[in-house]
Design a protein around this ligand. Sequence first.
Ligand code: BES
Ligand code: MN
Ligand code: ZN
Length: 493
Amino acid sequence: MRIEFVPADAQAGANAALAVLAYEAAALSPEAKAVNEATGGALARAVAGGRFTGAKGQTLDLIAPAGLEAARVLLVGVDGQGAVEPETIEIAAGHAFQALKASGVTELVLKLGGDAETAARAAFGVKLAAYRFDKYRTTEKAEKKPSVGVVKIAAADPAKAQKAFAGLEAVADAVLFSRDLVSEPANVLYPEEFATRVKGLEKLGLEVEVLGEAEMAKLGMGSLLGVGQGSRRESQLVVIKWLGAADKSAQPVAFVGKGVTFDTGGISIKPADGMEDMKWDMGGAAAVAGVMHALAGRKAKVNAIGILGLVENMPDGNAQRPGDVVTSMSGQTIEVINTDAEGRLVLADALWYCQDRFKPKFMIDLATLTGAIIISLGHDLGGLFSNNDGLSEKLLAAGKAEREPLWRMPMPAAYEKQIESPIADMKNIGGRPAGSITAALFLQKFVNGLPWAHLDIASVAWKKPSTDPTVPDGAVGFGVRLLNRLVADAYEG
Ligand code: BES
Ligand code: MN
Ligand code: ZN
């Protein structure tokens, strides 16, 4: 699908739908008023004859309007009095696309008002909304596929809007890259394939290093390697570097992602029902790869490190057993009580390696770590755990601004008792009470006192159903927008 910026007076042709806005109490926007006049008042009559109030997300579809060449007119509610925020326009554009994508029209013309920035945000909304993972559908009937092939966004100054879109487009491309990784099945996307795809990002100016099992063994990463031990696929540690700051030796920011390309649970095997969902247990690593893609794509003025711990957790004759004791790179030993609590074992070594080698300003890890975070927060919030209030505040603000909201969770030191082991320095599970918190307390033992935040995104990495028109059902790419915003607002320049 193509996105173009066109002059404000561009006409919608016979195979096109025209989308315009309505405010509170179904008040028509200037563009909607023009439609109403051209159609002899048809739009106002359609509103009067139904329950359309102009509320956010409401749409009203006028088919074959007399007096206009367009095949359809869509009225999209945005509420308010007419002063429209860029975010509101982004969402409205998403709604317009969702409402019309399979309507039969091949073209969509959005006349949503505003300046170059709002036009760019409309394009951003459309690009995110139009995501589809359909590469494995070979027999889908044409009439089930989206019909819209081009979206034209009206702007007072199309060239200026196109320019304003450049940075946003880089972010959208990164979100889509991340969604693709999450959507891929685990027979296709295993650790080496994941690493290969990330290697492909070198074309954006990123440096990508891949460590295999032999190198990790030399570094003493017994905790990460234990998880991948039962898999035919080789575990990988991927290091991504973006040096965009004026001073290439300035202290970097760092992101670390859990990349379990499939989580069977290992010997502590999961129930069959729903296990297929565990192909997206690499959502944290996909977010980290995505944010690095975004930073490089828009040439962010920052030094950043991304680290991906990539493993497959399988049961096997060589798999690790409950009760095994592993030694992590930090030297701390871990009694593996449950092989299904594997994400923290992967992150233990990835976090330690990150601080040891790069001495970053802070580390933020992202992980689909616990089912318990879904019980705590439902599917609208990701869990934030941190040893640093300033970093937490910035993350909460970035999440809010990008519609990837987080909720800060407590980390009471007293709960560390739950992960004490009688024979090792700690055990890898703390029982059912506060399961997400004891997981975070476990991770904290591997950050060596650095400012750190852990985002448990098991609740938000995958949405079915999604309530945001810019996020189609399935892979969200959660974390890419959030971390990109964090860097843009607080760590660039
Ligand atoms: N990948 C899972 C967490 C998960 C569960 C993500 C459901 C998304 C949906 C993780 O590796 C896991 O299995 N966690 C266990 C921990 C337990 C054994 C302490 C869990 O949450 O049940
Ligand atoms: Mn698990
Ligand atoms: Zn897992």
